[in-house]
Design a protein around this ligand. Sequence first.
Ligand code: ADP
Ligand code: MG
Length: 319
Amino acid sequence: MGEFELIERFFKRAARHADVGIGDDCAIWTPSPGHQLAISADMLVEGRHFLSTVNPRDLGHKALAVNLSDLAACGASPRAFLLSLSLPRVDEHWLSGFSEGLFALADAQGCELIGGDTTQGPLNVSITVMGEVPAHQAILRSGAQAGDVVYVSGHLGDARLALDAFRGTVNLPQFVFELARSRMERPEPRTALGVSLRGVATAMADVSDGLLGDLGHILKASRVGADIHIDAIENLMLTHDAWACPQDLLQRCVLSGGDDYELVFTCHPSNHQRIQALGEACGTAVTRIGRITANPRLLLLSQDGSVLPNTFSSFDHFA
Ligand code: ADP
Ligand code: MG
């Protein structure tokens, strides 16, 4: 099968919202009046972002999910995406699983594949996603104010726990491993929550490289600090109820694990009830984990208020 037959067979569908979709030199797209485009790219490289054993359906899901997570973090609604694929060979079984996983999520989120590029080479999946946000309502990292409350969505740390289990540094009961693995391989982008936080959250980012690192980006951009309460993060792992995770492992997974694709955001304290209601409406738990401070440093506080040493580092490809 050649390059063009491959595209036709696995990726080309009738254009839905695009003026011109797959097949021309460019896709043509008309943004909704009064909106701005939100654009982001994320690449998944075999051996770096996923294991060679991953189910292609899950990889198709995750490749798009991590991109949709960036849109959610800005409060943007997904619209369209480009898929650039480097494949070692044409493996029809792999391609049909991959495209099924990809389109299942794309259709669920109303995000249309409008173009891309296909080449032979080491397995590498790169997606560029485009969303829309009403003009000047994107939620940026720079808006946190001293006194704001810090929240996280959903669950943190399980993807890292699964990675540790794959690497053999931790032994998990089978059902705990399966639960953690589903969080690592099938993250759910928090699109509904991200969009509903427009006009409410003062700053937001998605948690892809570890909570403290990603919160750190908000603090730096907003020129503020934060007090984070360690007891508030102890129930954040989905696998928390399923086994007795050692405390140091739990803290490391939740605070610096990464690959979570949850949202970390800040809000004025008067919005607390509203935040809880939005979380419920979106079916996503929202947990208050601390406060923004004027002093630009991040402190981890224990229940009695004492400051814990922060030895957690977040993920950095070149560190
Ligand atoms: P060109 O040579 O003009 O860059 P290509 O031959 O690379 O175009 O691609 C032909 C068409 O197929 C283009 O519309 C491109 O956007 C689309 N396309 C290529 N690869 C993919 C892919 N993996 N997913 C979706 N569309 C793709
Ligand atoms: Mg091309």
